[in-house]
Design a binder for this molecule. Structure first.
Ligand code: ZN
Length: 202
């Protein structure tokens, strides 16, 4: 098979990006070729820089350029309320509502044995350690309302409730099966306001 041209290779790379199909990949590739050299260099450098300088916050595991992140190091944020989410994109979704004043804990995914994701693959141990250190009044479980999101919330609740911390779950304003970052802002605000304490009989 003849080696692909650089242009085809670029399209192949672009197609790997979530949400970019073959048509969009082509369109972006043609757009880039038409741009002045310095614009493309600026874009390429920005991608390299963001990749090199973005790391995980050592407290909440959100993506950040400085450690601890802006949220963990902000004295105006309520450090005693932790909102637990699956991914950094969920932090974005909640931050966009400007309706949550606490801090976050990013798990790095959801429990999903079929996909080979087990509790020990997520940052659950780190969450428990944060709560055990004290000064945490509430842990708000804001995982998706999908089966994986519900299972993960329940798993974490069982570990946290014996630690005498208030554990809440987003209200059912979120339709079953909703991924957090696809919920609209109003729905998300209602889900946060209407969150309910989880009580589990052991
Ligand atoms: Zn942080």
């Amino acid at each position: 098979m003849p080696e692909k041209s650089l242009f085809e290779q670029l399209i192949d790379e672009l197609k790997k990006i979530p949400g970019i199909g073959p048509k969009s990949a082509q369109r972006i590739a043609f757009y880039l070729i038409k741009q002045p050299q310095e614009n493309v260099e600026h874009l390429a450098n920005t991608i390299l820089k963001v990749k090199k300088q973005t790391k995980y916050c050592s407290i909440c595991y959100n993506l950040t350029e400085k450690d601890p992140c802006e949220i963990c190091s902000n004295p105006d944020r309520e450090q005693s309320i932790i909102c637990v989410v699956a991914d950094p994109k969920d932090v974005w979704a909640i931050e966009k509502t400007s309706h949550f004043e606490g801090v976050y804990h990013v798990l790095g995914g959801l429990i999903s044995p079929l996909d080979g994701v087990f509790p020990e693959d997520l940052r659950i141990k780190e969450l428990i350690e944060r709560v055990e250190k004290g000064n945490i009044e509430e842990v708000m479980l804001a995982t998706d309302s999908t089966p994986e999101g519900e299972a993960t919330a329940l798993y974490i609740a069982r570990l946290l409730i014996p630690l005498k911390v208030k554990v809440t779950r987003l209200a059912h304003g979120l339709p079953a099966g909703t991924e957090l970052d696809f919920a609209d802002e109003i729905t998300l605000i209602h889900a946060i306001d209407g969150r309910q304490e989880l009580k589990i009989n052991f």
